[in-house]
Structure formats: structure tokens, C-alpha cells
Design a protein around this ligand. Structure first.
Ligand code: HEC
Ligand code: HEC
Length: 390
């Protein structure tokens, strides 16, 4: 390591500041300083998020899970998990086709089986044989995403401009996607491809696409394997949720506290210096700031996601799927807060060690990866200690 002058300063600042006062104590805790009404909304939302739905409540006809809490589990409700889902498509001459006629690009791998009172059986989907792209997507943790939601679009636009000026070789791209709630183009911040602009829209999207629950934002059932004729046998064709579910999920996710920082050691503090020095921090941005929010803890608050929430061309690490504003090789910088609770890394969970995750970085991430690879064993150890403190 070559910047000894900065080390005493970093040590001083880190040790003097300690963890931010307004941080949640445990994974899964609500934001601090909620009003009684907000705390009640968080608890009601949590209950809804944990609940499993039945066929007579609208589940299916095809789905991936019976409740949000089935996948978002670790290490507390609202977390991520090793559970994968599948996206597919077909690429011809570089052009991506999501194969919507076969129910693409998201697989719903379960069906409700025989529909009530009819001989029809709903089956889970499998990628059609014409698909030449099939990609796994790991369940991401939701801790602290209220901070991201409360960060103005302008912050991400400014960040992308700053990167283009000062770190052009790793500069990220803002994902402009249509917000189906108001038909406006907005900054996509959520999902591996930044495909969704707000937690509220994600609530509706996941309710339909993961559970098969139609709702005011997503009123149309997804056609099993693209065959809309099968919906004639849908046992629950009326709108499944009138909007209460969306409000509940949004309340829970918005007020779910950020991952509490793990204990910091001398090695982890030195590791952060090396992490920054070799260029990891140009995408995994340490500090962002929210705008104004009616929720005290989210109001003009500083947070530490270790992501810029921008899209980057990751070369061979890209998942090959085009979605929203993201091209086949583009992925959102994975936030690293809470990393000590993650056991399978990268979008498809292919890496089971931090080193494997780092060494898979390609495209815009290749230079930093090569610098990591060239570090001394001691410095690599510092970087690992830092990542494990997050
Ligand atoms: C079958 C497992 C499964 C179920 C059920 C599920 N999710 Fe997810 N969730 C995922 C996966 C996988 C991703 C990553 C998806 C992607 O980006 O393509 C994800 C991503 C998300 C994100 C984006 C997080 C981020 O980092 O930007 C939100 C928000 C979310 N889910 C909310 C919900 C809600 C609300 C429900 C219930 C209505 C739900 N999920 C049900 C698996 C699941
Ligand atoms: C050009 C931007 C960029 C740079 C530079 C970069 N990363 Fe990443 N990082 C990403 C993206 C994008 C992902 C998600 C990739 C995927 O899974 O498809 C990611 C994922 C990760 C993950 C896996 C996280 C998870 O939850 O799965 C780790 C760990 C990580 N990066 C560490 C590092 C380290 C350490 C460095 C410096 C050696 C670094 N990154 C440099 C963009 C970058």
C-alpha cells in the first residue's frame, strides 16, 4: 500500500465517527425515529410481506413464490437469499428478443395445477427451445432501499456526469425507464438491470410477476408460457389486489433499515483505503445522500451503499439479457452494504467466495480486477477484511 499519509486521517475519521447514530441495530429492524403511525405502517407492511397467498386469493395461475417472504429471507425478513429465478431470450445478429410469445423474459416456474371445477392444469414454465440466452438472477436483499428510493433522480444524473468527466473508463450509465404509474421517464434504480424506478412500482411488478397477483399497476395476468388462451381457465379472473398490498409492501420496504455496519478493525479500515486506491470505489460508491422525505431517517440523510446504482458494461460478466434501458452486457453495480450476510455472489450466484466474485469482473471492471489480482497477499487480506465488515 502506498498512501501512508492518508492512513492516519482515515483511521481518525473512521474511529471518531463510528457507526452513524441513526443506524438500525439489527438486520430487519425498521428505520429509527419513526412516528407511531409510520411504525404501525411498517408492522402492517411486514405482515403482508411475510404472508403467503392462496389460489382463492389470486395466486397464479403461474408464479415463482407464494409470498415475498419466501425468497427475501436472509438474515431477516426483507433480506436476500441464494434463491435464483430465470430470465431467457433469443439473440440473433446481436438483437435481443425477450420471446414474449413464450412468456418471456421471466420464467414463472410453478403453476397452480388443476383449475377449480375444470379439467385444465396450469404448469410451471420452462425456457422454450428457441431461447439461446438463459440467465439466473439471485434474490437481492432489500435493507436500506428506502434511502435509494428517496435519492433524487438528479443525484444519479450528476453522478454519471461526474464519472464521465473524471473516470471515463469506468463511467456508469443512468437507466432511464418508464414509470408505469405516471408514464414519465425516470431513473431506474432497482433490480439487477435497474429495470424499475421506484419501490412502489417494484411492489406491483413483483406481486404480478413473482406471485401472479394482479393489481392496479399490473392488471393483466401473465399468460402461462405466453399462451393467453389458457387464461380462460383462470379460477380468479377479477383484479386480485385492489392496491392495499402495494401500499403495504412499499411501506415495509421503504422503512426497512439499512444494513448495520459490522465491526471495523485496523485491517478493514486499511482495506477500504486499498479498495479505493485500486478503483473499486469508482463504481461501488461509498456515500450518497437522500433528498427530502416525510420520514425523518430518510430526510436529507447520508447513507453508505457502496454502489452508484448506475449501469456498467461488465463485458463477459453481463447476463446476456436486454431489459429496460440495460443492454445485454450492462449490470447495476451491486450494492456491497450488508455483504457479510451474503453467501453466493454476483447476479446468478455463481461465485461462492469474494475472490471469485472480484475475479469475474470484466469490461469496465477489468482494470480494478487486475489491480486486485496484482496486490500483495497482505493487501488482498485487507480488502477482504473490509468487504467482510460491510
Ligand atoms: C421467487 C422468489 C421471489 C419472490 C417470491 C419475490 N422476490 Fe423480490 N426479488 C427476487 C429476485 C430474484 C430479485 C432480483 C430480480 C431482478 O433484478 O431481476 C428480486 C428483487 C426485488 C427487488 C429489487 C431489489 C433491488 O436490489 O433493487 C424488490 C424491491 C423486490 N424484489 C420486492 C419484492 C416484493 C415486494 C415481493 C412480493 C410481492 C417479492 N419481491 C417477491 C426474488 C423474489
Ligand atoms: C465498473 C464498475 C465496477 C468496478 C470498478 C468494480 N465493480 Fe464490483 N461490481 C460491479 C457490478 C456491475 C457488479 C454486479 C455484477 C453482476 O453480478 O453481474 C459487481 C459486483 C461485485 C461483488 C458481488 C456483490 C454481490 O452481492 O454479489 C463484489 C464483492 C464486488 N463487486 C467487489 C468489487 C471489488 C473488490 C472491486 C475492486 C477490485 C470492484 N468490485 C470493482 C461493478 C464494479
Amino acid at each position: 500500500m502506498r498512501i501512508p499519509n492518508a492512513v492516519p486521517l482515515v483511521l481518525f475519521v473512521s474511529l471518531a465517527l463510528g457507526p452513524p447514530a441513526a443506524q438500525a441495530a439489527n438486520f430487519g429492524d425498521p428505520l429509527p425515529n419513526l412516528t407511531p403511525a409510520q411504525a404501525a405502517a411498517f408492522e402492517a407492511g411486514k405482515e403482508e410481506f411475510a404472508a403467503n397467498e392462496e389460489v382463492d386469493e389470486g395466486l397464479g395461475p403461474v408464479f415463482n413464490g407464494r409470498g415475498c417472504g419466501e425468497c427475501h429471507t436472509t438474515p431477516a425478513l426483507g433480506g436476500g437469499s441464494t434463491r435464483l429465478e430465470t430470465r431467457f431470450g433469443r439473440v440473433v445478429n446481436g438483437v435481443f428478443d425477450p420471446l414474449t410469445q413464450f412468456g418471456g423474459s421471466l420464467i414463472q416456474n410453478q403453476g397452480i395445477g388443476p383449475a377449480d371445477g375444470s379439467p385444465h392444469t396450469f404448469h410451471g414454465e420452462v425456457p422454450p427451445s428457441v431461447a439461446n440466452r438463459v440467465a439466473g438472477r439471485r434474490t437481492t436483499p432489500l435493507f436500506g432501499l428506502g434511502f435509494v428510493d428517496a435519492t433524487p433522480d438528479g443525484t444519479f444524473l450528476a453522478l454519471a456526469l461526474t464519472q464521465a468527466l473524471f473516470t471515463p473508463s469506468t463511467a456508469g450509465k443512468v437507466a432511464l425507464v418508464k414509470n408505469i404509474q405516471n408514464n414519465q421517464l425516470q431513473v431506474g434504480k432497482f433490480g439487477w438491470k435497474n429495470q424499475v424506478p421506484t419501490l412502489f412500482v417494484f411492489s406491483g411488478d413483483a406481486y404480478l410477476n413473482e406471485m401472479g397477483i394482479t393489481n392496479p399497476l399490473f392488471p393483466d395476468e401473465s399468460c402461462p408460457s405466453g399462451n393467453c388462451a389458457e387464461l380462460a381457465f383462470n379460477p380468479f379472473p377479477a383484479l386480485n389486489d385492489t392496491g392495499d398490498g402495494l401500499v403495504a409492501f412499499n411501506d415495509f420496504m421503504t422503512m426497512l433499515g439499512a444494513p448495520p455496519r459490522g465491526p471495523q478493525t485496523l485491517s478493514s479500515i486499511l482495506g477500504e483505503v486499498v479498495f479505493t486506491q485500486i478503483g473499486c470505489g469508482s463504481c461501488h460508491v461509498g456515500t450518497l445522500q437522500t433528498g427530502s422525505s416525510p420520514i425523518a431517517a430518510l430526510n436529507n440523510a447520508t447513507y453508505h451503499p457502496f454502489s452508484d446504482f448506475l449501469l456498467h458494461d461488465m463485458g463477459t460478466l453481463g447476463d446476456g439479457i436486454q431489459q429496460g434501458a440495460a443492454g445485454q452486457r450492462e449490470m447495476r453495480t451491486a450494492p456491497l452494504w450488508g455483504l457479510r450476510q451474503v453467501t453466493t455472489f454476483l447476479h446468478d450466484g455463481r461465485a461462492t467466495t469474494l475472490d471469485a466474485a472480484i475475479l469475474a469482473h470484466d469490461g469496465q471492471g477489468k482494470a480494478a480486477r487486475d489491480k486486485f489480482n496484482a496486490l500483495s497477499a497482505t493487501d488482498k487480506g485487507y480488502v477482504r477484511a473490509f468487504l467482510k465488515s460491510l
